[in-house]
Design a protein around this ligand. Structure first.
Ligand SMILES: [Zn+2]
Length: 431
C-alpha cells in the first residue's frame, strides 16, 4: 500500500464498510473474503468532484447505473454530480428528488452539487438537504440569476457565505462568448476553429479574475472547475484561499485532437494549444493545480457528431480513462504516485469536506482501489460502461488500471468488470 511517500506491505482489514486495522501481521480471525494484493498497490478510492451523471430526462445520455458503473470500473469510489440536469438541481425539492432517485442504483458513492441561487433561504435548505457545493455557471450554461450582473452575483455570493457553502465555478465569460458565437452563426460559419475562436483563453482568465475579485471580501471558498489556462492558475494561487481542478484532457491533449476527432472532441473550456497544455501540466505536477477531475460529461455520438460545431453537444466522458491515462504519466516518472493520489483522493476529500474519505487509515470508509501498476491496456470506448462511447484518448495505450474497486467494503469492480452490488451511498455535507 501507499503510505505517505512510500510503498509498504500491510494487511488491511475491512469490517462493516470501514477500515478496522492496518498491520504488518495478518488478522487473527479468518476473514470472510481475502484478496491477495501482493502484486498490487492499495490506494484510497478515487474521488471525482466533477461528474455529470445525467439520468432523469437525460437518461438517453447516461443514468445513475451506467455513470457509477463507469466510475467504479475506472477506480472512482465517490463522485459529485453536477446540477445542470433536466430538471436542474435548483431548489431543495429537486435535490431531494434526485437523491431519492439515485438511492439503490449507484455503484460508487454519489454526492450532489446544487446550483448557486440568490435566495439565501433556498440555498440554506439545499445545504441542509446535503448539497456539497454550489455551482456557478459564468458561461451561462445554467441561469438561476443574472450572473453577468455584479450586484446579482454579489447577492448570491453573500448567500453562499452565510450558508458557509463552497462555490464551484465554470469560469468562462459567457457574454463575450455568446457575442462571437451569434456573429459567427449569423455569417453562416460553424467550424471547430470558429468554436475555438469564441472560447478564447482570455475569456477564462477574465472570468477567473472577476469571480476571485468579487469573492474577496466574502471570506468565501471558491473552487474553479476545469481550469485550462496557466494565467488562470496563477490568479488562483495568488488568491490564497481559492482552489482549482484540471481535467486529464486539458492536461494531456492539445488542439491537434480536432484534426482527428472533429466536433466529437468539443468540450468547454475547449482543449487548448500545446503551449497551454505543457504549462498547465507543469503547474499540475507542482501541485499549483490542486486536484484532478474528469468533468465526465456524456452525450450520444449523434449529439457529438455534427457538421456545424455550434450544434455539437460539448462534453467528454472521463471516468474510465482518467486513471489509466494519468497513471501512464506515473509510469513515465512525469509525476509521482503520491501526487496522483493527492490530486484524485486526499485533496478532493479535504477541499470538499468529505469526512472519512481520501485516505487509507483506521476508521476511514473502506473505499479502496487495488491498483495494478503494470497492467497494459488500450482505451476502447466501445467497451465503456458509460453510454458515451467516445473519448479523446481512444486508441491510447496505457499502463496501470484499477484491478479491484472496493466501495464501502464491497468489491464492486474487478479487472474493469462490474462484479459487485450497487454498494454506493449518498454522500452528504455533514457539518
Ligand atoms: Zn462539467
Amino acid at each position: 500500500m501507499l503510505r505517505d511517500d512510500e510503498l509498504t506491505t500491510a494487511n488491511i482489514l475491512i469490517e462493516d464498510s470501514s477500515i478496522q486495522k492496518i498491520s504488518k501481521l495478518p488478522p487473527s480471525n479468518r476473514p470472510d473474503t481475502k484478496i491477495d494484493a501482493s502484486r498490487l498497490i492499495a490506494i484510497p478510492g478515487l474521488i471525482d468532484v466533477h461528474v455529470h451523471l445525467r439520468d432523469m430526462e437525460l437518461a438517453h445520455k447516461e443514468t445513475f447505473e451506467t455513470g457509477t458503473q463507469a466510475a467504479a470500473a475506472g477506480g472512482f469510489t465517490t463522485v459529485l454530480d453536477m446540477p445542470n440536469t433536466k430538471p436542474p438541481t435548483i431548489n431543495r425539492d429537486r435535490l431531494a428528488e434526485k437523491i431519492s432517485k439515485a438511492k439503490g442504483r449507484i455503484y460508487s458513492n454519489v454526492g450532489f452539487q446544487a446550483a448557486l441561487v440568490e435566495d439565501p433561504a433556498e440555498l440554506r435548505a439545499m445545504s441542509k438537504e446535503g448539497a456539497i457545493a454550489f455551482k456557478l455557471y459564468l458561461n451561462k450554461a445554467l441561469e438561476t440569476f443574472d450572473a453577468a450582473d455584479d450586484n446579482s452575483l454579489r447577492k448570491a455570493l453573500d448567500a453562499a457565505r452565510d450558508a458557509r457553502a463552497m462555490v464551484t465555478v465554470h469560469a468562462e465569460d459567457g457574454v463575450a462568448i455568446h457575442a462571437i458565437q451569434e456573429k459567427s452563426r449569423a455569417e453562416g460559419r460553424g467550424s471547430v476553429r470558429d468554436f475555438l475562436e469564441a472560447h478564447k483563453p482570455e475569456f477564462e482568465v477574465s472570468a477567473v479574475r472577476r469571480i476571485l475579485e468579487l469573492s474577496k471580501n466574502h471570506a468565501l471558498r471558491v473552487h474553479i472547475c476545469h481550469i485550462s489556462t496557466p494565467e488562470g492558475v496563477r490568479l488562483v494561487r495568488k488568491n490564497g484561499i481559492a482552489t482549482c481542478e484540471a481535467t486529464a484532457h486539458h492536461l494531456l491533449a492539445n488542439d491537434r485532437i480536432f484534426l482527428k476527432q472533429g466536433t466529437r472532441a468539443i468540450c468547454v473550456p475547449p482543449i487548448r494549444r500545446e503551449a497551454y497544455r505543457r504549462k498547465l501540466w507543469s503547474m499540475f505536477a507542482k501541485g499549483w493545480v490542486d486536484i484532478l477531475a474528469s468533468d465526465h460529461a456524456p452525450h450520444t455520438l449523434e449529439e457529438k457528431t455534427k457538421t456545424n460545431a455550434w450544434e455539437a453537444a460539448p462534453g467528454l466522458p472521463g471516468l474510465e480513462t482518467t486513471l489509466p491515462v494519468m497513471h501512464t504519466q506515473v509510469a513515465r516518472n512525469a509525476i509521482s504516485l503520491r501526487r496522483l493520489v493527492d490530486a484524485t483522493a486526499t485533496l478532493p476529500a479535504k477541499i470538499f469536506g468529505l469526512h472519512r474519505k481520501g485516505r487509507l487509515a483506521v476508521g476511514f470508509d473502506a473505499d479502496i482501489v487495488l491498483l495494478d501498476p503494470k497492467a497494459k491496456i488500450k482505451i476502447e470506448p466501445s467497451n465503456f460502461f458509460s453510454m458515451a462511447k467516445y473519448s479523446p484518448f481512444a486508441g491510447m495505450r496505457c499502463v496501470g488500471r484499477a484491478a479491484y474497486t472496493i466501495v464501502n467494503g464491497s468489491i464492486v469492480a474487478e479487472g474493469g468488470r462490474i462484479i459487485g452490488p450497487a454498494a454506493g451511498s449518498i454522500v452528504r455535507r455533514t457539518d
